[in-house]
Design a protein around this ligand. Sequence first.
Ligand code: SF4
Ligand code: SF4
Length: 267
Amino acid sequence: MKVFVIDIDKCSGCHNCQIACKDEHCGNDWMPYALPQPNSGQFWMRVKQKDHGQVPKVRVEYTPWMCMHCDSPACKAAAPDAVQKRDDGLVIIDPAKSKGKREIVDACPYGAIFYNEELDVPQKCTGCAHLVDEGELPHCVDLCATGALRFGEEEDFADEIAAAETFEVNGTGPRVYYLNLPHLFIGGEVWDPKVNEIIEGAKVTLTMPDGTQRIQMTDDFGDFWFRRIDAGNYSLKIEADGFKTIERNSIKLEESLNLGDFPMKAV
Ligand code: SF4
Ligand code: SF4
């Protein structure tokens, strides 16, 4: 059974995959798997962008998004005769049998299906089944220069899948696995107002919602970044030789947070 594995850390946001999908499917008829994709406005593969944090501590993260080729597809439940789950795991909306069936669009909890008004059919990523049948890769995977996007047999990706996350909704069993998905961060900067200089090597301790701690030393910009953390209540302690310790409690994290500058006073 085939799977997609997407490593967010390797994704540069170049949008090649999105363009590759258009290149492969716009103006091309890949029956029996797909009629042509509209030239604009519909993206069977799209790269979502989310900004985290506040200036100047901002991170932009990209998440390629497509049909999840689910094990228990909600689209198939909505129209069993019009949707096929292939033996290799790819989910195909049959262009002939799905004509006029708008309900298939609404059935997908991932927003992966679009309605082609001109052709009167619901459409989505086919996993480039026409290429896979020839032993080739989906075009988006083929054109991803960073190796962020991969496709192949489930057993060949066993290690990646064990470390991956999915966007599981309602027990559909998505078969697109994400590595290094963006979580939240807490960042800040430590400095000495007396000499107007940043403090490198200050010890910053973050107490997590479960009481465990993470420790970092400020970098050569005086910055600290605690990445890959989730929503919850945190507390922070900053210590540096010759300075009074700073403590910040009850930090309620809902979105990534730049705590700003921490001026330290000499003892
Ligand atoms: S082609 Fe690869 S690196 Fe570029 S946006 Fe898509 S997944 Fe990310
Ligand atoms: S992601 Fe949506 S369209 Fe794709 S198989 Fe799952 S339910 Fe169907």
